[in-house]
Design a protein around this ligand. Structure first.
Ligand SMILES: [Zn+2]
Length: 332
C-alpha cells in the first residue's frame, strides 16, 4: 500500500533520529489501511535488527518472530467490541500497559483503533496517559475521517493524515490483492467495490468478502422496480433493510451524486444506477436533486436521534419516486 509510505517514513526518520513521538493520531478514510499501517509501525519500532535507514522490520529477530506470531507482549491493540465504543476499562488497561516496563522490547506500542469511538469518560481517562507520558511507550491513535476526536486529545498528539490513494494506485493494489482468489472477482466488480468504498482499497476488499455487494444488488433491483411503479414502497424498503440504514444512506447519497453528475453533463459512477439517473436527469430541474440530497442529510441526522430507520427509508424512497414524471408514477 504505497500511499501509507509517507507516515511510515515519518516514523522511520524519528527512529533514526532517536526522537519517537509519544502520541500520534493517524487519520484517514475508513478502509484506507490505517490499522495495517499501525501494525507495521509497531513492528518497525520493536525490531532489534532494523537496518539503519530501513523502513521495514528485519523479519528475523526475536521481536519480529513474536510479531509474526501475533504474540508480542509489548504491542497491544485496543478496539471497540460489540458496543462499538471503546470502554473505559479498555482505556484503564491501556494506561496500566503504558506505565509498566516493556517485557522483551525496548519500547511498548499501544494501538487505539479507534480514538473517535471514545465516550467522554474513556476520553478523560486516556487524557491522563497522554499528559504524563512514560518514556518507553508509543501511542498510536487511529481516527476515521469525519468522526470527531475530542480537541483535548487531538492537541496532545502529532496528527498524521493518511491520504486516500488515487484511482490508479487503488485499482492496481486491489487487483494484486485479489489476484490469487479463487475465483477472483472480475474487474467490473472490483471497480464497483472500490467506488462503493469511496476509493478506500481495504474497505473494498471487505465489501467483496462480505455479502454487501449481493445485498446492494438486491436493493438496487428493488429500487429500479419501485421507480417503475412495479412494487410497493414497503416491498422496496424491505430490500434495503438487509443493508442497514447507514449503508442505505451511503448508497442513496452516491446515487443522488450520480444524478447531479449526469445533469451536469458527466457520467454516473455507479453503473447499476446509470440508466435510472439518465432518465431522471432529463425529467427534473437541478433543484429537485438538491431537495433529495437535503432529505438524505436530514435522514442521517435523524438516525442519531434513534428515529425508526424503516420509516426513514420509506420517506427517502417516496422522495426519489417524486422525481419520476407523473405519467410513469401513475402506472404503479
Ligand atoms: Zn526484527
Amino acid at each position: 500500500m504505497p500511499w501509507l509510505t509517507p507516515v511510515l517514513e515519518h516514523f522511520g526518520q524519528a527512529l533514526d533520529q532517536g526522537r519517537l513521538p509519544h502520541a500520534s493520531l493517524v487519520t484517514g478514510e475508513r478502509g484506507v489501511g490505517k490499522r495495517q499501517l499501525a501494525e507495521r509501525i509497531a513492528a518497525l519500532l520493536v525490531c532489534d535488527r532494523r537496518a539503519p535507514g530501513s523502513r521495514a522490520a528485519c523479519g528475523e529477530c526475536r521481536q519480529c518472530r513474536l510479531v509474526a506470531g501475533e504474540s508480542h507482549p509489548d504491542i497491544r491493540v485496543y478496539q471497540p467490541e460489540k458496543s462499538r465504543m471503546i470502554r473505559i476499562d479498555q482505556v484503564r488497561a491501556l494506561s496500566q500497559f503504558a506505565v509498566a516496563s516493556p517485557q522483551v522490547a525496548g519500547v511498548k506500542v499501544a494501538i487505539l483503533d479507534r480514538a473517535d469511538q471514545l465516550n467522554i469518560n474513556a476520553a478523560n481517562a486516556l487524557l491522563k496517559t497522554l499528559e504524563e507520558p512514560a518514556a518507553d511507550v508509543v501511542l498510536l491513535l487511529l481516527q476515521e475521517t469525519g468522526r470527531p476526536v475530542l480537541p483535548t486529545i487531538r492537541s496532545r498528539c502529532r496528527v498524521l493524515p493518511v491520504a486516500t490513494p488515487g484511482a490508479e494506485a487503488a485499482t492496481a493494489w486491489l487487483a494484486a490483492e485479489l489476484a490469487d482468489r479463487e475465483p477472483a472477482p472480475d474487474t467490473d466488480r472490483q471497480a464497483l467495490a472500490l467506488h462503493l468504498a469511496g476509493g478506500a482499497p481495504r474497505l473494498a476488499v471487505e465489501l467483496l468478502d462480505s455479502e454487501f455487494l449481493m445485498q446492494r444488488d438486491t436493493a438496487l433491483e428493488a429500487f429500479r422496480q419501485f421507480m417503475k411503479g412495479a412494487i410497493t414502497v414497503a416491498a422496496a424498503a424491505r430490500a434495503f433493510r438487509e443493508l442497514g440504514h447507514e449503508a442505505t444512506l451511503n448508497l442513496m447519497e452516491g446515487w443522488a451524486s450520480d444524478l447531479a453528475r449526469v445533469m451536469a453533463g458527466g457520467e454516473a459512477r455507479d453503473p447499476g444506477i446509470a440508466e435510472v439517473v439518465r432518465y431522471l436527469a432529463t425529467a427534473n430541474p437541478p433543484w429537485r436533486v438538491q431537495q433529495l440530497v437535503d432529505a438524505i442529510r436530514d435522514s442521517r441526522r435523524a438516525l442519531v436521534n434513534n428515529v425508526s430507520p424503516e420509516l426513514e427509508t420509506d420517506r427517502l424512497l417516496v422522495q426519489w419516486r417524486r422525481l419520476m414524471p407523473v405519467r410513469k408514477r401513475a402506472a404503479g
